[in-house]
Design a protein around this ligand. Structure first.
Ligand code: FAD
Length: 673
C-alpha cells in the first residue's frame, strides 16, 4: 500500500493479483475458489493476493432479493431420472441467442458448484437417503430446481463470506467503484485497476490487479418499476467506458412483484390462488379486473395458478388465455392509474356470469398439483401457510402482514439475461478481465428459472481456473505504465471537481429521468419510433452531463452524481440495442412485447397508452435466434455506441480419449484452445 498526492487529492494504491468487484454470490464464490486454487498451487498466503471490494456487503440482489422459494437450477439429482450436461445445455440454449460453449460449461460445472455450496454450508434440503430434492419448473422432467427457501442467494453469499473469512481474504466494504483504469490499446489493452471512493470518509483508493473480476450485478435501478433492491445500480457504465462489449442487452426480464417491499411473487404466492383485484389511486373502488378477460372461473383461477411457475412475463404465453395475460392485465390496469393487489384472505372472485371459486373445478395441472401438495385448504393464506410458511414470514419480517393486508404488485424489471461478452473461461474481450454473475451476458432470450445463480457460480470457478493456471498468482507490476495511470487519475479527480459545479445538473433528477425513460420505452413493451426517440433523448442527456457536470453539494452527493453519469450511459447502451434489434425486424420474444399496428390484438380493452387504441403485438422473428447483438462504446458514433451482430458459438463436440486429454491438461493446453 502506498499513498500519493495526485492533483489536489491523496490517493492510496493497493496491489493484488486479483481484484474482485462485488460481494454477491458470484463475487464471493470466485474469491473462495481463488483462495483454494492458489493454496493448491503452493502459494503461501493467498489472502495477500486476493481482495473483494464492494459498495456494500449487505447490498445487491444476492443479499436482498428472492421469491417464495428462490430457485437454484442445477443438473438433476433425482435417484431415478438420469440427466446429462448436453440435455441441460439444451434447456439453456432452447430459445436462442445463447452460445453453446458457455451453456455446456454451465451444465458441466453445475453439480460441482452445487456441492461446493453444500460444503460451505448452504442448507439445500435432502430426504432420508441424502437425495437433494428437486422440483419441476415448467415441465422440466429432471426436477433440476432446488431451493434453500425464499433467501437462497442470501444464504449462498453469507456462507461463502464465512468461508472467505476462514481463509483470511479481505472484503473491503463501502468502496464505490467509480472508474476503471485502463492501459494500452488493441490486443494489449488491460483494465489495470479499479478506482473507488470510500463511502464513509470519501478517500480515493486505487486497487491495481494483474486480473480484474467484475461481479457487480445487474443495473437493477436502471428502471423505474423494478424489484431489484434499492441501490443496486451495477457498474455497467464504467465497464462500457473501459471498452467492454455488451451482449443481449435487449433481453431483460420482467415479472410480477410486490412494490412496497420489493420481492418476486412467483411460485407458491400464485399457486395459493389469491384473489387479484384493483383499486383507484386512493385505494377505493375495488374491482375484479381479471374477470372481463376470462370466460370462466376455472380458466381464470387455473391461469393464476400457472403464473406461479410460468415465470417471468412471456409474450408467447398471452394468446388463447395463457398465464402471461395476467401480467398484461395487471400492467393495463396500472396504466389506467389504478393499483393492483393480491389478497390472500379471499379466493378469486368472479363476475356474475362465473361460477364461484371451487378447487375441484380447476384444470387438471393445477388441481393435481394442489392435491399432491395437500394444499386444499379453504383460503389462499391457509394454502400458502401449508405449502410455504417462510414465504409469509419474509413479508412479516418486512412489515407486511399477509393475514391482514393485501399486497400491492406491479410488473417489474427483475433480471438481466444480457450483460457483458465472455468466452468459455468467462474472460471478457479485454484480456485479464473476467466478468461473472449477473454482469456476464451468458443467458439467451429465455432461461430456466434458477439458472442465474448456477451461472454465477460456474462462471467464478472458470475465471479462477484460468487466472491461477494460465495467468499465475503474481502481483502486478505497472511501473512502466505509471505516468499513464497517474494521468488518468488526475483526469478522474478533475471530473470529480466538475461534479460540484453550481451550474451542473441535479443527479437525482438525472436518475429519475433515466429510470422513467427506460420503463416507458425499454421495458417489457417496446415500439421502434418510441425507442428511437428515447435513444435520442438518452444520448442528449449523457452529452449534457459530460458538458455541464453536476451540482453535488458535498462528497456524499458526489457518489450519486457518479452513479447518475454511468447509469445514464448504461441507458444509452440498452436503448441502442433495443433500437438496433427492432431495425433488424425483431418481434416479441423473451420477456418483452413489440407493438405493431398490424400485430395480434389481445382484447379491445387492453389499450396501447400511446395511441389509445387496442394494443397489438408482433410475434417473434425466429430468424434472429441464431445471432447475438453486441454493443460497444464508441465516442465518435452519433449514438455513442456501435452495434455488431455475431453468430453463435457452438458447444464443443470433440471428446478426446483419456490419455491425450490428460496430456493436454498436464501441459496446460486446455487454456489455449
Ligand atoms: C426479486 C429477485 C428474485 C430472483 N430470484 C432468482 C431465482 O429464484 N433464481 C435465480 O437463479 N436468480 C434469481 N434472481 C437473480 C439473482 O438473484 C441474481 O442474478 C444474482 O443474485 C446476482 O448475483 P451477483 O453476485 O452477480 O450480483 P449481486 O448479488 O447483485 O451483487 C452485486 C455486488 O456488487 C456490489 N456493487 C454494485 N455496484 C457497485 C459499485 N459501484 N462499486 C462496488 N461494488 C458494487 C454490490 O454491493 C454487491 O455486493 C432474482 C433476482 C431478483 C431481483
Amino acid at each position: 500500500m502506498e499513498t500519493k498526492q495526485i492533483a489536489n487529492k491523496e490517493v492510496t494504491f493497493h496491489h493484488y493479483n486479483t481484484v474482485i468487484v462485488g460481494s454477491g454470490a458470484a463475487g464471493m464464490n470466485c474469491a473462495v475458489h481463488l483462495s483454494e486454487f492458489m493454496q493448491r498451487k503452493g502459494i503461501a498466503h493467498p489472502q495477500d493476493r486476493i481482495v473483494v471490494i464492494t459498495a456494500g456487503l449487505g447490498l445487491g440482489a444476492s443479499r436482498m432479493s428472492g421469491s417464495d422459494k428462490q430457485t437454484y437450477y442445477k443438473m438433476g439429482t433425482s435417484p431415478d431420472v438420469a440427466d446429462s450436461a448436453e440435455e441441460f445445455a439444451k434447456s439453456l440454449t432452447a430459445a436462442g441467442c445463447c452460445h453453446g460453449d458457455t451453456a455446456l460449461v454451465e451444465a458441466i460445472g453445475s453439480l460441482r458448484e452445487f456441492y461446493h455450496l453444500v460444503q460451505v454450508g448452504v442448507a439445500f434440503p435432502t430426504d432420508t437417503s441424502g437425495t437433494f430434492i428437486g422440483y419441476k419448473t415448467d415441465h422440466d422432467p429432471y426436477e433440476r430446481a432446488t431451493s434453500a427457501g425464499p433467501k437462497t442467494s442470501k444464504f449462498m453469499s453469507e456462507s461463502l463470506q464465512k468461508q472467505l473469512e476462514r481463509y483470511g481474504v479481505r472484503t473491503i466494504d463501502n468502496q464505490e467503484a467509480a472508474h476503471l483504469l485502463t492501459t494500452g490499446s488493441g490486443g494489449d489493452k488491460r483494465i489495470a485497476g479499479v478506482v473507488t471512493i470510500d463511502k464513509k470518509n470519501f478517500a480515493i483508493n486505487v486497487y491495481l490487479g494483474e486480473n480484474i473480476v467484475l461481479a457487480a450485478g445487474g443495473p437493477g435501478e436502471l428502471y423505474k418499476t423494478t424489484v431489484y433492491p434499492k441501490g443496486q445500480l451495477g457498474i455497467h457504465g464504467l465497464a462500457f467506458k473501459a471498452g467492454l462489449i455488451g451482449v443481449n442487452l435487449t433481453e431483460s426480464q420482467f415479472g410480477l412483484a410486490s412494490i412496497k417491499f420489493r420481492w418476486n411473487v412467483s411460485g407458491t404466492y400464485m399457486q395459493a390462488l389469491p384473489r387479484i383485484f384493483s383499486t383507484d389511486a386512493d385505494g377505493k373502488d375495488e374491482k375484479e379486473f381479471l374477470t372481463d378477460f376470462f370466460p370462466t372461473m376455472s380458466k381464470m383461477a387455473t391461469n393464476i395458478f400457472l403464473k406461479g411457475y410460468q415465470w417471468p412475463f412471456d409474450p408467447q404465453k398471452i394468446e388463447n388465455l395463457q398465464s402471461s395475460l395476467i401480467d398484461v392485465l395487471v400492467f393495463n390496469e396500472t396504466q389506467k392509474g389504478r393499483r393492483v393487489y393480491m389478497d390472500f384472505l379471499h379466493n378469486p372472485v368472479g363476475s356474475e356470469s362465473m361460477d364461484e371459486f371451487n378447487i375441484d373445478d380447476l384444470e387438471p395441472e393445477a388441481k393435481g398439483y394442489l392435491q399432491k401438495a395437500g394444499a386444499l385448504q379453504k383460503t389462499p393464506i391457509e394454502r400458502l401457510a401449508y405449502m410455504n410458511t417462510p414465504a409469509i414470514e419474509i413479508y412479516t419480517e418486512n412489515g407486511i402482514d399477509l393475514y391482514s393486508e393485501p399486497l400491492e404488485i406491479a410488473v417489474c424489471a427483475q433480471h438481466n439475461n444480457g450483460g457483458f461478452a465472455v468466452d468459455k473461461w468467462w474472460q471478457s474481450n479485454i484480456p485479464h478481465t473476467f466478468i461473472i454473475g449477473e454482469m456476464a451476458g451468458t443467458h439467451g432470450v429465455k432461461r430456466p428459472g434458477g439458472s442465474a445463480l448456477n451461472a454465477g457460480q460456474t462462471g467464478g470457478l472458470r475465471a479462477t481456473e484460468y487466472i491461477v493456471n494460465a495467468y499465475g498468482c503474481e502481483l502486478p507490476d505497472y511501473s512502466s505504465k505509471k505516468s499513464d495511470i497517474e494521468k488518468q487519475l488526475s483526469g478522474f479527480i478533475d471530473r470529480l471537481d466538475s461534479c460540484k459545479s453550481t451550474s451542473g445538473l441535479a443527479a437525482e433528477e438525472v436518475l429519475e429521468e433515466v429510470r422513467n425513460r427506460m420503463t416507458a420505452s425499454g421495458g417489457h413493451i417496446r415500439e421502434l419510433n418510441d425507442a428511437q426517440k428515447a435513444l435520442g433523448q438518452a444520448v442528449e442527456l449523457y452529452k449534457n452531463i459530460r458538458q455541464k457536470g453536476f451540482n453535488a453539494k458535498d462528497d456524499s452527493a458526489l457518489i450519486t452524481a457518479i452513479q447518475a453519469e454511468h447509469l445514464a450511459l448504461t441507458s444509452v447502451a440498452y436503448l441502442k440495442a433495443v433500437v438496433e434489434l427492432l431495425k433488424q425486424g425483431s418481434g416479441s420474444r423473451g420477456s418483452h412485447l413489440i407493438l405493431a399496428k398490424d400485430g395480434i390484438g389481445i382484447h379491445p380493452d387492453v389499450i396501447d397508452k400511446a395511441t389509445d387504441k387496442p394494443l397489438k403485438f408482433k410475434p417473434e422473428n425466429p430468424s434472429l435466434r441464431n445471432s447475438i447483438l453486441q454493443v460497444q462504446y464508441d465516442e465518435s458514433s452519433p449514438d455513442l455506441f456501435r452495434c455488431e451482430t455475431i453468430p453463435l458459438r457452438p458447444a464443443p463436440k470433440e471428446r478426446k480419449a483419456f490419455e491425450p486429454a490428460w496430456k493436454d491438461y498436464r501441459e496446460g493446453k486446455i487454456y489455449s484452445s
